[in-house]
Design a protein around this ligand. Structure first.
Ligand code: MN
Length: 285
């Protein structure tokens, strides 16, 4: 199942090049009262909702994907966990390019660990990226994103993928510079999630997915998730040894080599096997 959120918070089910309006399925969600759970309600109830979504899809109205304003597939993630320098070739390019490393030692992921991005940085594909500091280098980073489906704490590597609701494409937009990663990667619009959530059953093993990013048609990043230094099950297990991962939490798995600058006016095309593609416009703030 490919599930999206679009236009005025409608829920969509992908059907080829069209989106079926299955918003009515959300009526099956429990009525929550304050204080609301610190999880995403769609994701935490997704298993229950799948049957309802399929039911509502019969005879649903539809629009073309190209005509939809795509919102982030997860509306209320509790946190965005991200993996730094998780591909060997990106580690090497970071060490060799002073514009990326700012004369700091680039420390391996096994040593430096994970980091958090602000949830206020999240946008969907159609919303696009805004450049707040055009005088600085603003880079694209394509990443496979896993969306956590069940509460995970101290989970084993062997069971880790059972905790994934689905996957989407992520852009971990980044300002290069001297500040901590969390700050440089948490500007508004700097976490693009989309174009939709592909449920875990459609992906199977998240290793072996080719991902390609172009800017204005020019090739920039082209790599495969089999080359992750710490793969998806190990990232989930490791992250869950520090944080409790909740339904809707976002795990950005790291970017491969080929990171480069974007400027206002650019169009990023990002695609990952079995997920699809999204076109993301870069605008001035
Ligand atoms: Mn990244």
């Amino acid at each position: 199942m490919k599930i999206c959120r679009y236009n005025d918070n409608r829920l969509g089910l992908l059907d080829g090049e069209r989106i079926l309006d299955v918003t009515a399925a959300l009526d099956a969600l429990p009525a929550y009262k304050y204080p609301f759970p610190r999880t995403d309600q769609l994701i935490s109830n997704l298993e229950m909702l799948k049957g309802r979504i399929a039911e509502v899809a019969k005879g649903a109205s539809s629009i073309a994907v190209a005509d939809a304003h795509l919102l982030p597939p997860v509306a209320n993630p509790g946190k965005v966990v991200a993996a730094p320098v998780n591909y060997k070739a990106h580690l090497e390019e970071s060490r060799n390019d002073v514009e990326i490393n700012y004369n700091r030692k680039v420390i391996e992921i096994q040593t430096i660990g994970l980091f958090l991005k602000s949830t206020s940085s999240i946008v969907g594909a159609t919303e696009g990226v805004r450049i707040t500091f055009p005088e600085r280098r603003n880079d694209h980073e394509i990443e496979l994103v896993a969306v956590i489906g069940r509460t995970a704490k101290n989970v084993s590597v062997e069971s880790a993928l059972d905790y994934v609701a689905g996957y989407c494409i992520g852009l971990d937009m980044t300002i290069r510079g001297p500040e901590e990663r969390s700050l440089r990667k948490s500007l508004d619009t700097f976490t693009v999630l989309g174009p939709w959530l592909v449920t875990a059953d459609e992906i199977g093993d998240p290793a072996g997915l080719q991902m390609v990013l172009t800017v204005n048609g020019e090739p920039r990043q082209n790599a495969n998730t089999r080359d992750l230094i710490i793969n998806v099950p190990n990232l989930i297990s490791w992250a869950s040894s520090f944080y409790t991962l909740n339904p809707g939490d976002i795990l950005m798995t790291g970017t491969p080599e080929g990171v480069e600058r974007v400027v206002a006016g650019d169009t990023i095309d990002a695609r990952i096997d079995k997920i699809g593609s999204m076109q993301v416009k870069v605008r001035a703030a």
